[in-house]
Design a protein around this ligand. Structure first.
Ligand SMILES: [Zn+2]
Length: 401
């Protein structure tokens, strides 16, 4: 039974010395044990028993018929339906040729797929390698540059914020942070704590080790552990180089190339020029999660109860909800900017809760060597003092030095 989807005649081309050795168009038919070509200039045919069939042309699009006795002659068609011609099932030479062709097609499809697979794997590898690459580059940056960068950014903060410089208050803050800082590696950074007069519940850290707490956050805390929880998180942003890593990621290929070719001076200049970026950036969720976990480890090592960070998160979440109810516009959320820059999602609290459950230390926590309530009271008194009185005190303190 003839296969209806296979035509009797196929559009074809041929090369033949009689046709001037150029490509001529015509029709191909398989009939009476022969494969024949009918062109304008005439007809010729190969016997099927000795014909050679192969694929050729771009992307193996063409089926070629040739014969070893006529090396300069060939017939070809782009119509691959010819491989389904009944003759390919009946004639053993053609059957074998068709099997060879199908094997070849299968292999080339496999090759295409595996090339595609390799490309996907390489792209995935580059994507996966990005994080360790950025980390490696950030580690290459000399600590002095990082400090300089952080100082440049902090100079901007000094210009636009009021820093509490009162010695007694600063000493109490240092005493509060001392057990925590004692466990943080200081080989790369020297941490400096600052207190900024600002009612919002915020804290931030800059590369190199400047860490700032807003007075609003300090006064809202119920326990010293809550403040230490936030500090541990901020210090972790510094030691894990989140600011630097965000900068390096932003610089992209330039940072990679300069670091690996050893010319880092250009990179230093660009980094310092980008210092203002540090003041507006938001850390990625990944970096926040990392800072939560690393901060937790510091608290654990310092034998400080890490639950403080969780209760502080919870406090801020409740505050946020209260503010949302009061002001549906959400403008008041600025007062909770630690939350805005540090999305205190339930997920993060759950993550900390998990770390706490898995922690080997469940009791025997160190008590902080500071009268926290007295510290807060002193701070409150300081803040309620009229401006000129504070200034007078400051200049007195300077004279005393
Ligand atoms: Zn953070």
């Amino acid at each position: 039974m003839p296969n209806r989807s296979v035509p009797d005649a196929f559009e074809a081309g041929a090369f033949h010395p009689d046709h001037g050795n150029r490509r001529v168009s015509g029709t191909l038919r398989i009939d009476g044990g022969m494969v024949g070509f009918q062109g304008e200039a005439g007809f010729f045919a190969f016997p099927l028993d000795t014909v050679q069939v192969s694929l050729g042309g771009a992307s193996d699009r063409l089926v070629f018929f040739a014969h070893e006795n006529f090396p300069k002659v060939s017939i070809f068609t782009a119509d691959q339906r010819i491989l389904n011609h009944a003759a390919f099932a009946q004639n053993p030479t053609l059957t074998r040729a068709r099997e060879r062709i199908r094997r070849r097609k299968f292999l080339s499809r496999c090759l295409t797929l595996s090339l595609l697979g390799i490309i996907i794997a390489v792209l995935a590898g580059v994507w996966l390698a990005k994080k360790p690459m950025v980390m490696a580059i950030a580690r290459q940056i000399p600590p002095e540059w990082e400090t300089k960068l952080g100082e440049t950014a902090f100079a901007q903060i000094r210009l636009r914020s009021k820093l509490i410089t009162d010695d007694s208050i600063k000493k109490q803050l240092d005493r509060l942070a001392a057990p925590l800082l004692a466990v943080v590696p200081q080989d790369r950074y020297q941490f400096k704590l600052h207190l900024i007069e600002d009612a919002s519940l915020n804290a931030f850290a800059l590369p190199g080790g400047n860490v700032a707490l807003h007075t609003g956050l300090l006064l809202a805390a119920e326990t010293p552990e809550e403040v230490l929880g936030v500090l541990g998180h901020e210090i972790a942003h510094v030691t894990r180089q989140h600011g630097m890593r965000a900068l390096v990621e932003g610089l992209g290929l330039y940072a990679v190339v300069t670091t690996f070719f050893g010319d880092v001076t250009g990179l230093a200049a660009i980094l310092v020029n980008n210092a203002p970026f540090l003041l507006t950036q938001k850390f990625s969720r990944d970096h926040e999660r990392e800072a939560d976990e690393q901060g937790f480890r510091y608290l654990e090592a310092a034998k400080l109860n890490p639950r403080g960070l969780i209760t502080f998160f919870e406090k801020m979440r409740r505050e946020e909800e209260k503010l949302k109810e009061q002001l549906p516009g959400g403008e008041a959320l600025d007062a909770l900017s630690f939350l805005n820059t540090h999305p205190a999602t339930v997920e993060r609290m759950a993550q900390l809760e998990k770390l706490l459950t898995a922690s080997a230390r469940t009791n025997g926590f160190t008590t902080v060597d500071l009268d926290f309530k007295a510290f807060q009271a002193a701070l409150r008194t300081k803040l309620s003092q009229p401006e000129n009185q504070k200034k007078a005190e400051q200049s007195d303190a300077k004279k005393a030095k």
